[in-house]
Design a protein around this ligand. Sequence first.
Ligand SMILES: Cc1cc2nc3c(=O)[nH]c(=O)nc-3n(C[C@H](O)[C@H](O)[C@H](O)COP(=O)(O)OP(=O)(O)OC[C@H]3O[C@@H](n4cnc5c(N)ncnc54)[C@H](O)[C@@H]3O)c2cc1C
Length: 293
Amino acid sequence: MQVPAPLEYERATSVDHAIALMERLGDEARVVAGGHSLIPMMKLRLANPEYIIDINDLREELGHITITDTEVRIGALATHQQLLDSSELAAVLPIFADAEKVIADPVVRNRGTLGGSLCQADPSEDLSAVCDALGAQCVIRSSSGERVVEMHDFHQGPYETAVADGEMLTEVRIPLKPNSSSAYHKVERRAGDWAVASAGAAIQLADDGTILDGRVGLCAVGPNLTNVQPISDALRGQVPSEELYARVGEIAAANAKPATDTRGSAAYKTHLAKELTIRSLRKAVARAQGQNV
Ligand SMILES: Cc1cc2nc3c(=O)[nH]c(=O)nc-3n(C[C@H](O)[C@H](O)[C@H](O)COP(=O)(O)OP(=O)(O)OC[C@H]3O[C@@H](n4cnc5c(N)ncnc54)[C@H](O)[C@@H]3O)c2cc1C
């Protein structure tokens, strides 16, 4: 089946309008951003909303990338291409450029959004691993105001998020820390494909060169496995070294729960969880040390 079921279409003129529409239309309504996940699901009849609320006119409210000394704020409608093109973002959070270079193709990147990626909550979604490694916060808005949800509480299972009926994800906030950097590595079967597996790392170094804080987000190796707390525990206070990365890679592999599918066997994906964790940690630390890698 390649044709969506009949539906009603509404075009929101503001975030408040989108929320009012969602409240009026109830749980049969879905927001559409880039449409690159929702529309294919509708064509396959895996999603059958009675109404879709198009939020593409809200770029002024939701399309921003704002960088201050302490924080990056990215609107839910910022596209993959915006995230890839922003040299200011790459300078402070290079993990975004690393990931966006290997997400899909220009057609998808031109329309697909950060908000859509996080709200789709596909365990293979690269930006979820990126935001998890960065310790992002998600701003969710409804008619009664805003609430902020930590990234590790945002995903509640495959294709399930903390966004309730009548609510919208409006912004993602990422803290900027001194002496820190980040990196992302992905293995895909061919250019533009979804990950066989991927890993992102964010590292903050102390003045003495030890690791003050480290996080790894994994993608496509479990139902919703993202940040692995034992990895952060193993990194904290340690001197960066190949031995440390190898040890932490083993923790990533031990926590991975991939399934065998057309992208690869569970054993191969577990191996990738380890290897990509090692590579992303190595690069994030080198960048935090000031190396241009
Ligand atoms: C051929 C192809 C290849 C791809 N490859 C990759 C890849 O390699 N890596 C990767 O990570 N992704 C990949 N994607 C997915 C792509 O990144 C999508 O753009 C993304 O998953 C969804 O973003 P969207 O803006 O299109 O969301 P939509 O499809 O519009 O929406 C997705 C879901 O999120 C909800 N939603 C959207 N915005 C909001 C909001 N602000 N608040 C609340 N709910 C919201 C919608 O209601 C819907 O349920 C690929 C997609 C395609 C078609």
